[in-house]
Design a protein around this ligand. Structure first.
Ligand code: MBD
Ligand code: FE
Length: 284
């Protein structure tokens, strides 16, 4: 499988697309971070680095290895991947620590806004013979007080049965396995899709080189990405995983939480699996 990944989702190709996407959707510009805040955060970051260099007696060879690796991360376009895999989970933890409703987790580098709008019961855009176990993902969107949220939007995006994301790998239709499902009057939705495969960080780029150099593995467990929103409520960015799947217990991106693990059951007519998961949104 890793050979196929290298062919169809090279670090340079997926990295360039992720960098371009980030520039288009960036939450705010750097100008919004005040001088005092930059001073505090960057001083503390540098002080931590100085301390590590002293404690581990970092050599000039190691310093040059770092410098050349950092240059390469930018050339590969892998800053979005690097940051979302190794830092975003703590930013998400801090951002959402006071939420009462459903847990969220990281967005990752492969979200694209504006996916096709679909009715409350819908099949995600997919190829004619899309491979993978059929999955019916259904549920209800409610407010923290239990009120069903009429017309809530459930944006979903996920990898295919080979671990590829549309618009970040070649040979996939533009919106493959991406859609915005509008829940019905009672906040319910029924999404027909296929189960995604685990995701491997490209092995041919800087992140892959770091993983190999450190002796780590390169895998994220299979997951559905979601953004769930409704008027007057806080949007939830989350991911859902599959009980018993590979790397659920050792996600390279540290983004699994116990509340986010689905346990789908076989559909009685043998046509795949189904699972129910409800979203509870905090008030804005
Ligand atoms: C992914 O699919 C992903 O969700 C994250 C967070 C990082 C890399 C690839
Ligand atoms: Fe992902």
């Amino acid at each position: 499988m890793s050979d196929t990944i290298t062919d169809r989702a090279t670090a340079a190709a997926s990295g360039a697309a992720a960098t371009e996407q980030f520039r288009a959707k960036q939450r705010s510009s750097t100008a919004d971070v005040g001088t005092k805040r930059v001073d505090t955060l960057v001083t503390e970051l540098l002080t931590a680095a100085h301390d590590i260099i002293r404690r581990h007696k970092v050599t000039y060879d190691e310093y040059d290895a770092l410098k050349s690796w950092l240059i390469q991360v930018g050339e590969d376009g892998e800053w979005p991947l690097f940051l979302d895999v190794w830092l975003e989970h703590v930013v998400e933890e801090v951002a959402n620590e006071n939420r009462q409703g459903s847990k969220g987790t990281i967005e990752g580098p492969y979200y694209i806004p504006g996916s096709p709008s679909l009715p409350a019961e819908a099949t995600l855009p997919m190829r004619e013979a899309e491979e993978g176990t059929p999955l019916l993902f259904q549920g209800q969107v409610r407010s923290v007080d239990g009120t069903p949220l009429t017309g809530a939007a459930v944006e979903i995006w996920h990898a295919d049965n080979d671990g590829y994301y549309a618009q970040f790998a070649s040979n996939l239709p533009e919106w493959n396995l991406r859609g915005t499902v509008i829940a019905d009057d009672t906040g319910h939705f029924w999404i027909h899709t296929i189960e995604p495969a685990p995701y491997q960080i490209p092995t041919d780029g800087s992140c892959g080189r770091l993983i190999a150099a450190a002796g780590w593995h390169a895998w994220r467990p299979a997951h559905l990405h979601l953004k769930v929103s409704a008027p007057g409520h806080q949007l939830i960015t989350t991911q859902l995983y599959f009980e018993g799947g590979n790397h659920v217990a050792d996600d390279i991106a540290s983004a699994v939480k116990p509340e986010l693990i689905l346990a789908p059951t076989p559909v009685s007519d043998g046509s795949g699996r189904e699972v129910t998961y409800d979203f509870v949104l905090d008030r804005a």
